[in-house]
Design a protein around this ligand. Structure first.
Ligand code: ZN
Length: 515
């Protein structure tokens, strides 16, 4: 009996040590950068970290029941854990489906390919430690009734993953379950990409003679009423205010209040009657492809299943920050898009469509603007909403708009000498404490009036004066985000057979010819 107890203690000590080391080196780096404030914030972070170590303990327990399984699984797990912990700690980078996509399909233009001597030391050390664990397991531990242990640990794991959705989501964001989650998300993205979608148009192989640059910026969480050019009391858009060729559409309605369905809706012919088109039809990108435009998508956001196939429709797909997820609380800014945009402009394609998917004004606001734009103070100090005041939340959000103002202005500066048109449309708005609502993805009116801006170059105005006149004339009209699909085809003079004039902001009933 005494022997069994000692054996059990040794077994638990082994699993506990392995979990603690993994927790500290593989999971804790994710939590160190969490912005929180005061002892309450620290306790919250420690509890959150501890919670994520619990399923790891039972996974190690499960793997340790058979010593051969333990010997085969522990070294690769420690190796991958070391890589994840290292990049999380030193590069604020996390494993994402985009990292995998970039690794397998695209160029990855980040600093992540740096392999330092320190990383090699960590890797060697982790393999050495895993061998010590395996030795201990083989020499000091024997397990009787393995089926009992197997069923016990498996049941606890299943229960842990069934507590609630938020807890499960958290488990999937951290080692080792992030491995499973991100590979399965990556697989889903690629399966979805290959699903057959129908091409709704009758225009094929049209050779556009226009010499035109079309830029579509997909904004994030920017509500129209927080822009000073729309009458907001704070000066949040000083640079855009100086742009003469800018038209603000203040009356856009977004049915969807979070990114995934909203972007899919915007990119396709879907409308309030035919919502399913976002799932069954190709996006406007294919019309551009078929009209001789070189198309590129520069993503500073997660790829989601709902719109990944549209990204894949583009000739080029670039992820500028594939190592970031909305669960990383570190500097993640849209300026990183600009060098990639410059590369696309340097290609000198005659006609081109650039889609810039921005992180924009997404929570955690302070991560998405640089220090220079910290104008409204005090700003938020914690990712825990209740630790911030309404004033701090609003200040941080407005600072992120100052940054968006700078970003859009920087994009305009790059194309102002060309025959060019730019459309900016945010995917939805953001609640800032109204009636107790915060952030987005809920159902309230503060999320349904996204910012929308259109800018045209002088050359564009000269060439298509009637379109510009219509654009100005329509600016106070109310449109659903359905307008985008029809309007961007019209802006590019693509002779589509399916543009609905009433949804085309470049058309007026007073007699502007359709292309
Ligand atoms: Zn969004």
């Amino acid at each position: 009996m005494t022997f069994i107890t000692k054996n059990t203690i040794r077994h638990l000590a082994l699993i506990f040590t392995a979990s603690l080391l993994s927790g500290i080196f593989f999971i804790l780096p994710d939590f160190i950068i969490y912005p929180t404030t005061g002892p309450k914030g620290t306790i919250y972070t420690i509890l959150h970290w501890g919670l994520n170590c619990i399923p790891l303990f039972f996974l190690y327990y499960l793997l340790s029941i058979n010593k051969y399984v333990f010997a085969v699984t522990i070294p690769p797990l420690f190796l991958v854990g070391t890589l994840i912990g290292y990049y999380s700690y030193f590069y604020k980078a996390t494993l994402t489906p985009m990292i995998l996509d970039a690794t397998f399909h695209n160029d990855i233009g980040t600093s992540l390919d740096v392999i330092s001597p320190l990383l090699i030391v960590f890797v060697v050390l982790s393999i050495f430690i895993s061998i010590l664990f395996i030795r201990f397991r083989f020499r000091k531990i024997s397990i009787s009734k393995p089926v009992f242990h197997l069923l016990g640990s498996l049941t606890i794991l299943i229960l842990l993953f069934s507590i609630n959705k938020r807890v499960t989501t958290s488990f999937y964001q951290h080692f080792p379950f992030s491995l499973y989650y991100n590979f399965s998300e990556y697989r889903k993205l690629n399966t979805n990409k290959n699903l057959d979608r129908t091409y709704p148009d009758t225009v094929f192989n049209y050779n556009s003679e226009e010499n035109l640059t079309v830029v579509f910026i997909i904004g994030e969480s920017l509500r129209a009423d927080h822009l000073s050019i729309n009458g907001y009391h704070r000066n949040t858009t000083p640079l855009l205010a100086k742009q003469n060729n800018l038209v603000s559409y203040t009356n856009i309605y977004s049915e969807y209040t979070y990114t995934n369905p909203s972007v899919a809706h915007i990119m396709t012919r879907a409308d309030s009657v035919h919502t399913e088109r976002s799932k069954t039809e190709t996006s406007f990108v294919t019309q551009f492809n078929n009209s001789g435009f070189y198309t590129s998508w520069i993503a500073n956001q997660d790829a989601a299943i709902t719109y990944y196939s549209f990204m894949a429709e583009c000739d080029t797909l670039i992820y500028v920050n594939p190592q970031k997820s909305v669960y990383t609380y570190s500097n993640w800014i849209d300026e990183d898009i600009l060098p990639e945009m410059d590369k696309m402009l340097d290609r000198n394609d005659k006609n081109r469509l650039l889609i810039l998917h921005t992180i924009g004004n997404h929570w955690y606001y302070d991560s998405h603007y640089s220090e220079k734009f910290k104008v409204f103070k005090p700003t938020t100090r914690s990712k825990i909403l209740t630790q911030n005041t309404t004033e701090e939340m609003t200040n941080s959000y407005d600072n992120s708009i100052l940054y968006t103002d700078f970003f859009i202005d920087s994009v305009i500066k790059r194309i102002e000498g060309m025959n060019a048109i730019l459309i900016y449309l945010s995917d939805h708005g953001e609640a800032l404490g109204e009636e107790g609502n915060w952030l987005h993805a809920s159902d309230n009116k503060y999320l349904k009036n996204p910012a929308c801006l259109v800018w045209y170059s002088d050359i564009y105005k000269e060439k298509y004066g009637e379109k510009v006149e219509a654009l100005k004339a329509n600016s106070k009209k109310r449109y659903r985000t359905d307008f985008l699909y029809h309007s961007i085809l019209s802006a590019a003079k693509i002779p589509s057979s399916i543009i609905e004039d009433e949804l085309d902001i470049f058309w007026t009933s007073s007699g502007v010819p359709t292309p």
